[in-house]
Design a protein around this ligand. Sequence first.
Ligand code: ADP
Ligand code: ADP
Length: 233
Amino acid sequence: ETFVDFQRVFLAYGNSDEFAVEDISLQTRQGEFIAIVGPSGCGKSTFMKLATGLKPPTRGRVSIGGEPVTGPLKFVGMAFQAPTLLPWRTTLDNVLLPLEIVEPYRSNFKRERARYEERALKLLRTVGLDGYAHKYPWQLSGGMQQRASICRALIHEPKMLLLDEPFGALDAFTREELWCVLRDLWAERRFNVILVTHDLREAAFLADTIYVMSKRPGRIVARRENPLPQPRE
Ligand code: ADP
Ligand code: ADP
């Protein structure tokens, strides 16, 4: 039932004698959508690195899906604030990228390409990008690029989606449209989500549970169950 499990986790970078995050304990349920909010420098990115195995904790224990994390996890999808689509690839080829580089899809990629393309086109349709599959990133608006980034993050059907300020650079209308897109995808597929955001409204609109972090020390100082009803099948 528990998915993400942090047990008294501390992390200090390099030889620093200050912890970037300290004494983080947190458990999520399978399929839970959590948001982490807090000021810049409070340790949100550090939390993400710990949750994906990019950094081992200095102290404490991190498990995902019941397994201790011992190195970078494969079954995660990520999207960030800055557009990270490869400019020389079409939308479709950008979305397919994880299937080309993440095992076991990589081994089958050539053989399964038609099936994978179909999967990518279906996702693109879901986020309203039909008709843009063969366009290049520069031909898409910022909001469309972010939609494509979310498709790319989900194409290999990861168990966990990590979103680091994914809508921060968008105008308010586009942002709220994408909240709905994301919420619908999540309601349908029930992957685990960790969203990092400065936007409390965004956290309240999307997440089941909101964690607030403080700076110096980088700790979780509040946990709120979202009182708004979340979409369920
Ligand atoms: P480490 O070397 O501790 O494994 P990283 O590989 O993440 O950490 O970063 C490499 C180096 O970059 C760090 O050791 C640090 O000196 C420097 N660095 C990167 N980001 C920051 C930051 N926000 N504040 C201070 N130093 C930083
Ligand atoms: P946030 O994502 O909330 O802005 P970070 O996790 O990036 O916060 O940073 C938390 C603390 O760790 C900050 O004090 C930052 O300077 C420090 N830090 C982040 N990355 C590194 C690094 N690679 N090396 C050294 N210090 C770092």
